[in-house]
Design a protein around this ligand. Sequence first.
Ligand code: FAD
Length: 530
Amino acid sequence: MDYDAIIIGAGISGLYQLYRLRELGLRVRVLEAGTGVGGTWYWNRYPGARFDSESYSYCYSFSAELLQEWDWTEHFSPQPQTLKYLNHVADKFDLRRDIEFSTRVTAAHYDDDARGWMVTADTGAQYRSRYLVTAIGPLSAPTMPRIDGIETFAGEAHHTARWPHHPVSFDGKRVAVIGTGATGVQAIQEIAKTAGHLTVFQRTPNWCKPLKNRPIDAAEMMRIKAGYADIFRRCEESFACFLHTPDPRNTFDVSAEEREAFLERLYEMPGFGMWQGNFRDMMTNPQANAVISDFIARKIRQRVSNPEVADKLIPKNHGFGTRRVPMETNYYEVYNQPNVLLVDLKETPIERITPNGIRTTAAEHPFDMIVFATGFDAVTGSFDRIDIRGVKAARLKDTWRPGIATFLGVLVRDFPNMFMLMGPHTALGNIPRSIEHNVDWVTGVIGHMQKFGLTRADAMPEAVAAWTEYVRETGQALLSNQVDSWMTGINSNVDGKQVRSMVRYSGSAPAYREWCRKVASGGYRELAFA
Ligand SMILES: Cc1cc2nc3c(=O)[nH]c(=O)nc-3n(C[C@H](O)[C@H](O)[C@H](O)COP(=O)(O)OP(=O)(O)OC[C@H]3O[C@@H](n4cnc5c(N)ncnc54)[C@H](O)[C@@H]3O)c2cc1C
């Protein structure tokens, strides 16, 4: 074997996994497609990119020294600062010496005789290792829309997740943004500040909530540093690892006045409180959800001066919180600007992109620049882009075709010694909190194997069946699993993603951790070792 472990990806998951496996004394290599560390925060350099998680709840918690030496400057950190932070982490722990950049893994094949993986990169290099850890990101494979003529556009064109490393100016330009998901919303409110004219092409409006970001001064940062233990404890106890967790009351337990006052408070509160800290039945009771959606709809109508435009911005096909909630700062007010036009693609679909711009069924719009905020082939997309084969050369893609099946979202039967970080069926939420837990658990399994001289770990079929059923069960009652979104495996721009599937675990993070804890403390009886 060339290495004990190959880790694919140098985002938050891959960096921490490298750190932990080094602690075990393993020879580790990280293969990363980008030219630098940071994953999401390396690729997504579009204007306005920032956290929706509170900065101090998102950062790594494993090093007290790191926590004490890093100052966050905003409650919701902008992308450049986050990238700086992750570079600082890489330098502080001397991680770069084990990372190969500009190296995209194209194939990973399991060899049962050697009990290891043969990993092939686009550079032509091959690597043999005992363990394979995929840290390839739930939102890292960008998708372009399927529009005729897309390649013929003669102006500037950028996908938000492949944003250039040089500054992009919108000054005086005619700019189009396609897409109004969490990224589109962040980009639109920023681009509208300087573009000569901005046209937003919207297929599905989302329920957006004010972010209420503000700077952190030195005194506040000192208080945050003193309170880190409490911050991480709160994240650990909450449903989805955020600082916000559902209110114990149901929507109709309180009077209409009390409800309205509570919703007003949540609306004014920074961050995801309106989504993650709302009445506990918001995500399961359609009537409760309708009341909250109606509250947000009223806010949109108040903030957008043209009632027809406001109506177009109000979602009709899903309730508040059932898709990823974009966080905004004056997003709705953008549509009151004279230089901004909203085009509703449900009314006037795009016919084609021309060298000059975009033609809908109603008009020809000339542009200097098109920004594609069209998101990702989520969760499984980064796996589908690698030819991953397990025992008897079975392809992972084929194994999952009838439905994703995993053990704890980490192991897949017949793909021995492969460990997934932030893969399908794992707890996501405030993701770094889940990453640290996942990495620690994987490190535990690998440490166990090293200790007892074991060379092969696979998930037992019964364990896979039990976990996969639990994922299905916990997701069943959720309204979010009854609408089309990346969380239910839908992407109209990707072949084979037209039917809803259970791609993520939607139960609570504490329950997830409890499963993992029991497996570890029971000596990993759910895994077959050899
Ligand atoms: C714009 C945006 C904002 C977000 N905001 C938040 C937020 O506020 N809160 C939150 O909790 N989460 C947020 N997320 C989710 C975010 O993805 C996670 O928080 C976290 O960064 C995931 O880290 P990761 O290391 O698992 O994956 P990533 O950061 O996606 O890193 C994966 C890495 O793997 C590499 N890779 C993939 N395939 C290959 C291959 N075949 N070969 C070599 N390298 C490969 C990629 O280049 C990438 O560097 C956001 C995501 C986006 C896109």
